[in-house]
Ligand binder design. Structure first.
Ligand code: HSE
Length: 404
């Protein structure tokens, strides 16, 4: 028998309990022994819950029970979750996590700790919810050198942008709708300001390029400043606005990583990823382009990935399940300032002024544009070059264009 303890009975934790219970027979067949939910740690009471017999309030009970093999951490954040993960690993228990903040900020040290204690630290659910992405990167695509990873990594912002594009809602209206539907938190900062996507691209970059990429190394911009005018101009020239997390391999083992809203060409499959769905596109030097698509959040999709990690550990407790990456370094991450791309700009300057500053710009039109508003796509250039050329111009919006 393999005994599991869940830390935190919130959305994901309760989903894990549900999947372990509902699919108990098939999980048992796949593992070849019973995977038993022994404990659930939560400070709250859940009278009448079908798991009432499992609840404990003191982590030491789990830590000191030699029968517990796998601890599932679905608490979130990087404080108590860090303490309990550290203690569980030190107690010789494997840990499975959906906590992208913890993995992105402390992944290297926790992986080291797991290795020292001969146990596993797995976190498939931390990126892309139910989408299998981390294991395919490190297993099925292990023969590749990765050139780049581009992802729609946050369901809430993708929902908001989709509603702006499809229903003409303003950012504020779409955010309110996302909150009413339970996608966005009351405090939506981590989603709409790009921090959640940043943590996820850090994890993808670390696994793909082999060094810890820390969130504070990754320039991050969210979608608060995207307007309906920008959505309309993008549409007029065959683009959709999407919040992308990107990591691009550079010479000398460096990585250019950043999060920003982009204009994505409609022919690019990422442009068709709508609502709360996520997608990750990966380019490997042998496989070429591969794309992963699915539900990036939600109780059962995320639990699906968590329980798959539990099964992986339970199937073969002796196998080395370690994800691995190096400690990272200060000069690992390169600024996106080095990247050349076309730019979408909206401004109060005239087309003639833009032409004389940037060369052959492509003017854009939208119905209902106020007098004095101009929008265009520029020729390819870096962001510092764009800023310098337009230093005398009032910019209302500026978004990078993803090349085809
Ligand atoms: N808040 C996240 C999102 C949840 O909207 O994608 C999954 O990480």
């Amino acid at each position: 028998m393999v005994n599991v303890a869940i830390l935190g009975f919130g959305t994901v934790g309760s989903g894990v309990a549900e999947v372990l219970t509902t699919n108990s027979d098939l999980i048992g067949r796949r593992v070849d022994e019973l995977v038993n939910l022994k404990y659930i740690l939560d400070v709250r009471d859940f009278p009448g819950s079908p798991y009432e017999h499992c609840f404990v309030k003191d982590f030491s009970v789990i830590e000191q029970d030699p029968e517990v093999d796998v601890v599932v951490e679905t608490i979130g954040g990087a404080t108590i979750a860090l303490e309990f993960t550290t203690r569980a690993l030190k107690a010789g228990k494997s840990v499975v996590s959906s906590n992208k903040e913890l993995v992105a900020t402390h992944g290297y040290e926790l992986l080291q700790l797991a290795r020292e204690h001969g146990v596993s630290y797995l976190f498939e659910a931390s990126v892309g919810g139910g989408i299998p992405i981390l294991r395919p990167l490190t297993a099925c695509l292990a023969a590749n050198e990765f050139d780049q990873i581009t992802g729609i990594l946050n369901g809430t912002t993708n929902y908001i942008l989709t509603r702006m594009i499809r229903a003409g809602l303003t950012f504020e209206q779409a955010l309110k709708e996302a909150q009413d539907k339970g996608y966005a938190e009351k405090d939506p900062t981590a989603d709409v300001d790009g921090h959640d996507a940043c943590r996820k691209i850090c994890i993808l970059a670390a696994l793909s390029f082999g060094e810890h990429v820390y969130p504070n190394q990754v320039p991050t911009e969210g979608i608060r400043n995207v307007t309906l005018a920008d959505v309309a101009y993008a549409d007029s020239c065959g683009y959709k606005i999407k919040l992308l997390g990107r990591a691009i391999r550079q010479e000398g083992g460096k990585v250019c990583a950043f999060v920003a809203p982009h204009l994505v060409p409609c022919e690019n499959p990422l442009a068709g990823v709508e609502d709360v769905f996520n997608a990750v596109s990966v380019t490997g030097n042998a496989v070429g382009d591969v794309m992963f698509y699915g539900r990036g959040a939600g109780k059962l999709p995320t639990a699906s990935a968590v329980v798959a990690d539990v099964i992986d550990i339970a199937k073969d407790k002796k196998r080395d399940h370690h994800n691995q990456w190096g400690p990272g370094r200060e000069d690992l991450v390169v600024s996106p300032d080095i990247l050349t791309s076309r730019w979408y700009i909206r401004t109060t300057a005239s087309v003639e002024q833009l032409r004389s500053a940037c060369g052959e710009v492509q003017p854009l039109a939208r119905s209902g544009a106020p007098a004095g508003e101009t929008a265009c796509l520029t020729p390819p250039m870096t962001e510092p070059e764009l800023k310098e050329r337009l230093s005398h111009v009032e910019l209302l919006s500026k978004l990078r264009v993803l090349s085809e």
